[in-house]
Design a protein around this ligand. Sequence first.
Ligand code: ATP
Length: 441
Amino acid sequence: MAAPSQDLMSTMVSLCKRRGFIFQSSEIYGGLNSCWDYGPLGVELKRNVKEAWWRAMVHSRRDIVGLDASILMHPKVWEASGHLAGFTDPLVDCKECKERFRADHLENLKKCPKCGGQLTEVRKFNLMFKTFMGPVEDASATVFMRPETAQGIFVNFLNVQQAARLKPPFGIAQIGKSFRNEITPGNFTYRTREFEQMEMEFFVPPAEDLRWYNYWKKMRFDWYVSCGIKPENLRLRDHSKDELAHYAKACCDVEYNFPFGWSELEGIANRTDFDLRQHTEHSGKSLAFFDEESKQHYFPYVIEPAAGADRAALAFLVDSYAVEGEGKDARTVLRLHPAIAPIKVAVLPLVKRDGMPEKAEKIFADLLKNSVRSFYDHTSSIGRRYARQDEAGTPYCVTIDSQTLADDTVTIRERDSRAQYRVASGAVVAAVTEKLKAAIQ
Ligand code: ATP
């Protein structure tokens, strides 16, 4: 039975808090609007999302390398990229209730949708966070918190290309924090002011842009499916001409059917040679690539798949959530893909006596030694422990019971089918690592 969608977000928020996925930032002080902290299960889930992305985008390929650029960059970067002049949202305030809205989200620009009060004229609002570098707080010390990770890649284009001896088509990938002073943050972790991006800039000969744009659209859609998202909850949506950013020739969003409607998970854009040319012009240093074969310089075109780690993590949580069964058999389960699940195996001695904890401890230690993210739990009834693991999305439970003492076998219980079967206690690590390997490849 699927959960009714109108309640799903509030159900997710309370499950995330109860189980230690996500807490409100600074909660004891009343929280800080749109800021969230990832708890013990959440931090593992988000790390898994980022690792799955890095594996697909960098480690499994020969044509993409990684980068970790700093958050603070030379202010001229944002002049060149267009963020200082153009990274704005149109904004109106209600003169009565003081609520603030994005003008492009309103149908009626005269009347407040909340209280009916009069709205101000539309104003432009720059989304970049400003701060000062060094002890003097004047205009010459102003720096910005990056609003996207992409610019760190563009300004390093030649450094990376020359150091790694690469030739287009090739890509540079980066995962890191970005900051946007969003006017309307909300929908839990979907739109926040501090978030993590997973971006890759793929540099191609200009004539090959369309081929690579189509290639990355498909690859990125398929990645979400390979990590467990139901294909019927995903779609690709091409931007119309008037939606395109000034630098883009084409753009397409991977959208997810969130409980609050179809919304962007990731954007795939053909940024042309806009960024490399802009930085060349503003810095006075050419970022053109020298092609040894033709002995000519040229500016590659850029295809950019830009995803959000927090939005992806939220989609994985929502998509995996299910309430199953009736009455005594009812359970809440997160059917997370094993690559994404925070804990892979829970080790559960049936009772805290008769040598069961010792057997369980040994299996637990073996799993840890083999780098299988595991959890040991000997509290409360076995039914309650299974329920807790189902709600945490743990794909496998290993139970040590009285039969273990007789024949040295244990039960493996699978989360999704609730199937149970016995294996020799010495074979647990091999059995679960094989299953995980098969699921994760
Ligand atoms: P939106 O239209 O939702 O504001 P965008 O088109 O401005 O997003 P991009 O600039 O394309 O977003 O950024 C790439 C990705 O970074 C987005 O697809 C999203 O996953 C993530 N992202 C962007 N802004 C936020 C935010 N405020 N909170 C969380 N994730 C974000």
